[in-house]
Design a protein around this ligand. Structure first.
Ligand SMILES: [Zn+2]
Length: 125
């Protein structure tokens, strides 16, 4: 099947980790919580089954903290934070691609929202 023009591909710097989604995100979200602000991530949210993750052997390392519901995954070679996933891989499972891993042309024009994960748990727009 040919790749749809509307899909997106994200990749870490060295290319060991790539993520593909059939649809481009409507928005990207930067979050003010203690971890997202440090990562500087811009999240594109999907259901777990809607993103294909391809990683070379041992290329992914997970960081888990707090309530231990999601794991942040980064490339062990180049260090880029590529995505996060729900730890429970059930039907409600979520995955978020770090929009910073998209090509600039692919990310251009996608509205960036700010989520106040540090305090109010609301979008600030
Ligand atoms: Zn890499």
């Amino acid at each position: 099947m040919a790749e749809a023009n509307s899909g997106v591909t994200a990749s870490c710097h060295c290319g060991a980790v790539t993520l593909k989604a059939a649809a481009a995100p409507a928005t990207l979200t930067q979050c003010t919580c203690s971890i997202c602000r440090r990562y500087g991530a811009q999240w594109a949210y999907y259901s777990l089954g809607d993103v294909q993750v391809a990683a070379e052997p041992d290329a992914l390392s997970a960081y888990v903290w707090g309530e231990r519901e999601i794991e942040f995954l980064h490339c062990t070679r180049c260090g880029c934070l590529t995505h996060y996933e729900s730890i429970k891989k059930d039907a409600d499972g979520r995955i978020a691609i770090n929009g910073r891993m998209l090509a600039p042309e692919a990310a251009a024009g996608i509205p960036l929202r700010t989520f106040d994960g540090a305090k109010t748990w609301k979008y600030l727009d």
